[in-house]
Ligand binder design. Sequence first.
Ligand code: ADP
Ligand code: F6P
Length: 322
Amino acid sequence: MSKKKIAVLTSGGDAPGMNAAVRAVVRSAISKGMDIYGVYRGYNGLLNGDVEQMNLRSVSDIIGNGGTMLYTARSEEFKTLEGQKKAAKHCQDLGISGVVVIGGDGSFAGARALTNAGVNCIGVPGTIDNDIACSDYTIGFDTAMNTAIQMIDKIRDTAQSHDRCSIVEVMGRRCGDIALQVGIACGATAILVPEEKYNIEIDVIERIIDTQKTGKQHFIIIVAEGVGGVVDMAKYIEQRLGIETRATILGHVQRGGSPTLRDRVVASMMGHRAVDLLDEGKGNRVVAMNKGKIVDYDITEALEMPRKFNKDLYKIARTISI
Ligand code: ADP
Ligand code: F6P
């Protein structure tokens, strides 16, 4: 019987820990006697035939590296039915029957399309945003937050020295999880997330005034990217309260760096499960973490799940960050 051939790619925004997931996929596949191929630059690699067979040593010394050794991309061509058929044909010509797709929900929509075109795909959640509804955790989230708190601790030093207010924008277009946890960890006076409506007077100005009354003279405000407007907000606070205010957008620094232990271990577990699923002949599944256990869901079911924001944690943050 000929060997089963599978492939692995990373797609969408990169996330620290993607390399650990690639490594787990490659080594798990080889341990099961499969041939494993690395696809470069996301779905573009399947369209261009940018595919290379990997061995145990292809993924040596990458577990601690940020970024993705397979590179990543966003592919417009792959969003078309023609593109999906072309990618499936390239896989079939190479004898590749399954692909592990490490990325976010856009990449999972692509994985479903490729499964429908005849190539079993398994999604692995790799994105710093933690915005995959079916999973309690996404690869890269922990590293991104740890990078953010290191930066914000430094910002606090200078804000404190000058009795200033610092507004810091962290990543997360639709998801405030980074802002919420980082805000708690940095003792932010206010945290603004896209999931919760806010009123600048009540949720920022009044909180600063109340905190000021108890003797505090410097303030950190954490704002998720999806809320935005940090530069104007800084001007407004300065005008309204007479407190010197600075705005910092942390940006892509949050996407880089060596993955934390948590990201390396979760990525290893998820990558391993993805290969198990392909070995069982399954496709159109997403690997997820549920209460510390690795589970999997149908991709459509996963994409349709409503995302839950941790309102309880948000309330705790408002209570203790004063
Ligand atoms: P992420 O995976 O991080 O959410 P994107 O939304 O940019 O990132 O998606 C990554 C890639 O997945 C896209 O560039 C495209 O190639 C593919 N993709 C996204 N949405 C779809 C879709 N509805 N159908 C097919 N492919 C898609
Ligand atoms: O999805 C991860 C993420 O870093 C988001 O937090 C951010 O909004 C987006 O990607 C930025 O994308 P790009 O790297 O294309 O600017």
